[in-house]
Design a protein around this ligand. Structure first.
Ligand SMILES: [Zn+2]
Length: 386
């Protein structure tokens, strides 16, 4: 058994100074820091699924929902139909609308799934060009799946990209998933080429043991990302019951994973999440968190012995960047509980003596002042109730 030391954003700020000086400390009695990952977890993890298959709806979705995980599904509108039977093994718009309503993210994977580096740059109005594939895909997904708007994340078909493609993508999306091995740096992820290992297993097989052999290799890689405090993005395609794997592969399914192996993966991730090691969320939400955290400015407005008022600003578009940041506040000795209020949102926090006498709370940038005050839970009621 070992413990992960919480990784904090080591940059802090006082007054209106930017979060720029890595070693600067805010004054007593209330040093403040923004956690590297939501809920002050050590690392982050995202499930991504490509190409919009029926099996995403029938097999991946129930497992994710059972564990309370929200995945990112990269759709290309050219594959989706109005009803089944659809195109090959691809699903319907309604399936992914339902999943978006449940909180899963729908990202863009172009319109027709081309190799983007083979296309001319073109423009948004001209089919067969990079710009059309990028803009039309986002437009169609947002039109057909209102819960998917804004569609802010992208995945390159065949992981095929180059500098000019990346540049075009960066004008339309806030992050883009590439390929490769390992995790992504918590401070400086390569936004237009986020690393994402894929489960690679395209051989016909009948035994769960064979799927597990591949799975364990992936778990080891995810484990290493967690140890390094990274954001690990897993690339999946179809998820089908073990008994259907040979048939799926015979039909040309790309790297299908068995539902049984996928369930074991989710159990393992859930265990790591329950230990406080990893935060599981969509590409969009983790993109929001990291970009907001990197841009956060903390202004301390007032301090007293028993209270603190501050605000967090990030200079980003509040219609997109509205994910709460996890803020860690050191409070004076003697505090056991604290009340944190931002607008109408009140959090009652227990002071964590083992973590330097700190309060962990959620603060949404640009949503108003935050008041932290000492709370005495043992105080008797003041209204004379018997
Ligand atoms: Zn694809």
């Amino acid at each position: 058994m070992f413990f992960f030391k919480p990784l904090f954003l080591s940059v802090m700020a006082i007054g209106s100074m930017p979060l720029a000086n890595a070693n600067q400390e805010t004054p007593e009695p209330f040093p403040i820091r923004v956690a590297d990952w939501p809920d002050n977890r050590s690392a982050a993890f995202t499930f991504t699924f490509d190409d919009g298959y029926v099996s995403h709806y029938e097999h991946a979705r129930p497992v994710l929902n059972e564990f309370g995980f929200q995945g990112t599904f990269y759709l290309y509108p050219g594959a989706l139909s109005e009803s089944l039977p659809g195109k090959w093994r691809h699903g319907t718009w309604a399936m992914f609308q339902e999943m978006a309503d449940e909180g899963h993210e729908m990202g863009s994977h172009t319109v027709t799934h081309p190799r983007l580096t083979t296309l001319p740059m073109g423009d948004a109005e001209t089919p067969g060009t990079i710009m059309h594939e990028l803009t039309e895909s986002r437009k169609l997904i947002e039109e057909r799946i209102p819960a998917a708007a804004p569609c802010i994340t992208f995945a390159y078909p065949y992981v095929d990209r180059n500098e000019s493609v990346d540049e075009a993508v960066s004008g339309i999306y806030l992050s883009a998933r590439g390929g490769g091995q390992g995790g992504n740096d918590s401070r400086n992820p390569v936004w237009m080429n986020l690393t994402s290992p894929a489960i690679m297993h395209d051989q016909p097989r009948n035994l769960l043991a064979e799927d597990l052999h591949e799975l364990y290799g992936q778990l080891e890689m995810i484990h290493q990302s967690i140890l390094k405090g990274e954001w690990h993005i897993l690339m999946l395609h179809e998820v089908v019951p073990q008994a259907q794997i040979p048939d799926a592969i015979a039909q040309g399914s790309w790297e299908p994973v068995s539902t049984e192996a996928f369930t074991i993966l989710c159990q393992w991730i859930q265990t790591r999440a329950a230990l406080g090691e990893v935060w599981v969320d969509t590409m969009g939400n983790l993109t929001r968190y990291v970009r907001q955290r990197n841009d956060a400015r903390i202004n301390i407005l007032r301090t007293a012995e028993d209270s603190l008022v501050f605000e967090v600003a990030d200079g980003l578009d509040d219609s997109i960047f509205n994910f709460p940041l996890t803020v860690i506040i050191s409070v004076p000795e003697g505090w056991t509980h604290a009340t944190v209020i931002q607008g109408k949102h009140q959090q009652n926090c227990v002071v964590d003596a083992a973590d330097g006498n700190t309060v962990k709370c959620q603060v949404t940038p640009d949503q108003g002042q935050v008041t932290v005050s000492i709370h005495h839970p043992a105080n008797p009621p003041s209204d004379g109730n018997p």
